[in-house]
Design a protein around this ligand. Structure first.
Ligand SMILES: NC(=O)c1ccc[n+]([C@@H]2O[C@H](COP(=O)([O-])OP(=O)(O)OC[C@H]3O[C@@H](n4cnc5c(N)ncnc54)[C@H](OP(=O)(O)O)[C@@H]3O)[C@@H](O)[C@H]2O)c1
Length: 315
């Protein structure tokens, strides 16, 4: 079968379409014929060699997909690698039915972004008590960002979002983002101060790393929470816990790879998400679709921060 293979560690240039053996099944797994794969920032990190838990190259790329089960049912699924291929050995408990009227591309764009965004609100304690809450969402026009905006709109929280581009900002405002901050033009910490009368926000969704972890804490008001779930800057988050004392602030980790092994938690999340998707409140935002042969171009968009919403590969 054809697959997008990470041939060695490096940038988009290390990706090649190759013929590889069909995957063999382990207990709890089933074969899914893949039609589309969703590209994640984690895929770019895997290719570069920075993603924990993935084997050394060569390996088949891709963490999420949409396709058909042996009985013909359409499913979307999550895996750690191996999704960008004509078939994938998927864990049955990490397959979900594709909502009616969604394309394969939309199905492939759902799992990582929406489960991650859901868990960010869950960790922040905002699913039950969203009233009056302010949330700062970094990379607000990206995959997880656009999912977080849709969920935030449903919860009725006040959202502040950062992006590098006016064009992306205009698109994400249409999804319901109330306060956009172009960090190329304005320091976001200062912008948060200005927009909140010097008070700050209750929650920061922090995926930049480096100095931004501490900067996130500085954006909080009393008892605020920073949810750390990435390091797109390429640097590990820097934090002196001493900074948390004065505001009673806290920092929480979130890693979908880890949470996805908790069946009860995933079931609870899927129940919440699928109900709202069926009601038409949640729908993946797709910025670009590429044939799998152009995987390197697709990866390039994410590496350069040029994507809006999700980038999808047609398999
Ligand atoms: N912990 C978890 O379980 C988990 C799960 C999913 C995703 N994540 C993390 O969440 C973040 C978003 O993931 P995603 O797949 O949805 O990607 P994405 O947001 O669609 O794409 C990355 C975006 O980050 C922004 N960015 C800021 N600094 C950047 C930099 N130095 N290099 C590249 N992009 C930069 C860019 O948007 P602007 O130019 O508009 O700023 C870019 O479009 C990533 O850090 C990812 O690792 C974590």
């Amino acid at each position: 079968m054809k697959a997008v293979v990470i041939t060695r560690l490096g940038g988009p240039e290390v990706l090649q379409i190759q013929d590889v053996p069909a995957p063999s099944l382990n207990t709890g797994e089933e074969l899914v014929r893949v039609q589309a794969g969703g590209l994640n920032f984690a895929d770019t990190m895997t290719a570069r060699g920075g993603y924990p838990g993935t084997p050394k190259p060569p390996l088949v790329a891709g963490r999420e997909f949409c396709g058909t089960r042996a009985n013909g049912d359409r499913v979307m699924g999550y895996i750690q690698w191996g999704a960008f291929a004509e078939a994938v050995a998927a864990r049955s408990n990490l397959l979900w039915p594709v909502p009616a009227n969604w394309s394969s591309e939309e199905g492939a764009a759902f799992p990582v972004n929406f489960f991650t965004a859901y868990f960010a609100y869950w960790k922040a304690g905002l699913l039950d008590q969203p009233k009056g809450a302010r949330v700062l969402i970094h990379a607000v026009a990206g995959g997880v960002g656009t999912a977080a905006v849709q969920i935030g709109k449903l919860l009725g929280v006040e959202m502040y979002g950062t992006s590098s581009s006016e064009e992306k900002i205009a698109r994400v405002q249409k999804l319901g983002l109330q306060h956009a901050i172009n960090y190329k033009k304005q320091d976001y910490e200062q912008a948060i101060r200005d927009l909140t009368n010097g008070e700050g926000v209750d929650v920061v969704f922090e995926m930049l790393g480096g100095e931004h972890t501490t900067k996130g804490v500085r954006c909080l008001r009393d008892f605020g929470r920073v949810i750390v779930y990435g390091s797109a800057s390429g640097q590990r988050g820097l934090l002196d816990p001493g900074i948390l004392y004065s505001k009673g602030a806290s920092v929480h980790g979130l890693w979908l790879t880890y949470l996805s092994s908790n069946a009860d938690l995933m079931k609870q999340a899927w129940q919440w998400l699928s109900t709202r998707a069926a009601e038409g409140h949640l729908r993946p935002m797709i910025g670009a679709v590429f044939p799998m042969e152009k995987a390197a171009e697709a990866y390039g968009l994410l590496c350069e921060g040029k994507n809006f919403g999700k980038v999808v590969l047609k398999i």
